[in-house]
Ligand binder design. Structure first.
Ligand code: PGA
Length: 252
């Protein structure tokens, strides 16, 4: 039985005052029956980790450099995130791939760097609208999975987030059948690569315009083991409603 993972991605949002939302979330959902993590902007990781210490909310970063240290002005290493209190990190988000030229090969190296620092990785893949329209979704996602996920993946240190680029921040989502098709295919590819036990254990998250209004339906799809939530993770009420939806599917 895979425990659901509900992950927030604050992106480049959040000042110190916004930590009040996290305080509210902890107070209103003290014991969620799923794993909860908030991936904060680097400036908030340390303060958020202090706030969440002893709670059921874990804190993550949103990317990490491939190297542990070095002359890379403005970058942040996985060890620095861990030192600041993070236990998780997102790698390969489509916004990083687009804005910073992060290729599958770079993402695989970031993932290894994160594992070396003891971080749990949420690794993102997903097709563009043009790729879906061309009927290439499973090819694209399969290729990203094969090349971005390094050897050594286990359920204890990796979750994959399927995030169709055209669904991120747009209010559009794939149908349940479309999500199920991609998740089934990812599950089969992972199992054939790393074996049944690992392949069945790695959690597959859906991301892209997940909101309180559609979370229950998406989280009930077989092989959807959680969500990566951008906009709706910023407010405790919305994020809390998605956690409640995950709790309902866990109880069902
Ligand atoms: P969204 O973002 O929920 O705002 O669509 C999801 C993501 O990019 O991880």
């Amino acid at each position: 039985m895979r425990q659901k993972l509900i992950a927030g991605n604050w992106k480049m949002h959040g000042l110190g005052a916004d930590l009040a939302q996290v305080g509210t979330l902890i107070a209103t959902h003290p014991d969620p029956p799923c794993d909860v993590v908030i991936c904060a902007p680097a400036t908030l990781v340390h303060r958020m980790a202090q706030l969440c210490d002893g709670s059921c909310v874990a804190v993550g970063g949103q990317t990490c450099h491939v190297a542990a240290t070095g002359a890379h002005t403005g970058d942040i290493s996985a060890a620095m995130l861990a030192d600041a209190g993070a236990s998780h990190v997102i790698v390969g988000h489509s916004e990083r791939r687009a804005d910073h030229g992060e290729t599958d090969a770079i993402v695989a190296t970031q993932c290894r760097a994160a594992w070396d620092a003891g971080l749990f990785v949420i690794l993102c893949i997903g097709e563009s609208e043009a790729e879906r329209d061309a009927g290439r979704t499973l090819d694209v996602v399969g290729r990203q999975l094969a090349h971005s996920v390094p050897d050594g993946a286990t359920p204890h240190r990796l979750a994959i987030a399927y995030e169709p680029i055209w669904a991120i921040g747009t209010g559009r989502t794939p149908t349940s059948d479309q999500i199920a098709e991609v998740h089934n295919s990812m599950r089969a590819e992972l199992s054939s690569r790393i074996g049944e036990a690992g392949g069945q254990g790695i959690r597959l998250l859906y991301g892209g315009s997940m909101k309180p209004g559609n979370a229950a339906e998406i989280l009930a799809i077989p092989d959807v083991d959680g969500g990566l939530i951008g906009g709706a993770s910023l407010k405790a009420a919305d994020f809390g409603a998605i956690i409640a939806a995950a709790a309902a599917t866990a109880a069902a």
